[in-house]
Design a protein around this ligand. Structure first.
Ligand code: PMP
Length: 367
């Protein structure tokens, strides 16, 4: 008998129970082949079907135009901190790129890109990552090869609710922590990437969606496994792909589709995050979230307990009580402290309601 746990972890994160059960069922004998997906050649026709199914589902869910390639790569989100500049910074002779930094992950991406070209960091001196400065204040470089941003900052809970205007430049986005949590107009982007371990599966695979005409500009020193032209040209099979992670992703994508697709996910994600933000807002400062209203993340809700700077004794008590109720992984990232509730697609309204109820109870007891 499995313990009743609600996992609010930031990633790897909760997976739908039906996906786990199906994977369990198919683990030893996939599709009556007598072997597991774990044992299958990545060049076999059966694995090829899994790849095709995964890509088709993704194209369908995101309405990906035909002139975009979809790749399933290794190296995680961080691999793409290097992959993006290695492939795209050479699009223009100047080899420069604009990075809009709104938190830990875009900051790391910008730092990595500096190895390969000139990086114009927009907002390098934000006092803290709690807002997205008005786009009219962004000083974009007209000769930049691309404009990069992180659509949802997982640590700081800062999410874009608008499409940044790249003034005609190639727009690149790290959507690792809000991928498929809402509809996205892919045609507005040059490239979108996302590690799977938050909203679309388990660790090991990163989806990269790239407009075809941007391929073929990789720097000489680009490792071949990160070379988009090579990987796209080989349907992500230049080398052995993360087969099992791709298989798990296919099951999660199917689950998203069967549950109404990205529009339905968005409705639920709005509802879930509102449950938590409403309690924070109506707690008279007992709970506090430092992020501007306009860019509060629906996926990762950071908050302090006992005042804006948090009361560490109360926060320890809060975590302890949560864990007694089976709610785990609510501790905020070590760089910001406090709490963080991650409410990815697989986290249900009921799961979130349980946290909301506990927050209300804790407030009553300690206010
Ligand atoms: N980008 C974002 C938005 C993330 O949340 C993370 C990981 N939490 C990364 C990139 C890095 O991903 P990985 O650990 O897979 O390298």
């Amino acid at each position: 008998e499995k313990k009743q746990i609600i996992n609010f972890g930031p990633g790897p994160a909760k997976l739908p129970q039906s996906v786990l059960l199906r994977a369990q069922q198919e683990l030893v004998d996939y599709n009556e082949l007598g072997i597991s997906v774990l044992e299958m050649s990545h060049r076999s026709s059966d694995f090829n079907k899994i790849m095709t199914k995964t890509e088709t589902l993704l194209r369908d869910l995101l309405n990906i135009p035909d002139n975009y390639k979809v790749m399933f790569l290794q190296g995680g989100g961080s691999g793409q901190f290097s992959g993006v500049p290695l492939n795209l910074i050479g699009l223009k002779e100047d080899r420069c790129a604009d990075y809009i930094v709104t938190g830990t992950w875009s900051s790391r991406a910008a730092k990595e890109a500096e190895k390969y070209g000139k990086v114009n960091v927009i907002h390098p001196k934000l006092d803290s990552y709690t807002k997205i400065p008005d786009p009219s204040s962004w000083t974009l470089n007209p000769s930049a090869s691309y404009v990069y941003y992180c659509c949802n900052e997982t640590v700081h809970g800062v999410e874009y609710n608008f499409l940044p205007d790249a003034h005609g430049a190639v727009l690149v986005s790290d959507m690792s922590s809000n991928f498929l949590s809402r509809p996205v107009d892919v045609s507005k982007y040059g490239l979108i990437y996302a590690g799977a371990q938050k909203n679309v599966g388990c660790a090991g695979v990163t989806v990269v969606i790239v407009r075809e005409d941007l391929l073929g500009h990789a720097l000489n020193e680009c490792p071949i496994i990160l070379d988009y032209k090579v990987q796209a040209g080989n349907n992500s099979l230049y080398n052995t792909p993360p087969c099992f992670s791709i298989y798990i992703m296919s099951l999660v994508l199917e689950w998203i589709k069967n549950n109404g697709g990205t529009a339905a996910m968005e409705t639920l994600n709005k509802q879930k995050s509102s449950l938590i933000y409403d309690i924070i807002n109506s707690s008279a400062g007992f709970y506090s979230c430092p992020v501007d209203d306009a860019c509060r993340s629906r996926m990762n809700v950071p908050f302090r307990v006992g005042g804006p700077d948090g009361d560490e004794t109360l926060e320890a008590q809060f975590l302890d009580g949560a864990s007694k109720r089976g709610m785990i992984s609510l501790k905020g990232h070590r760089s910001v402290g406090g709490m963080r509730a991650s409410l990815y697609n697989a986290v249900t309204v009921e799961d979130t309601q349980a946290l909301a109820n506990y927050m209300k109870e804790f407030l009553k007891e300690h206010q």
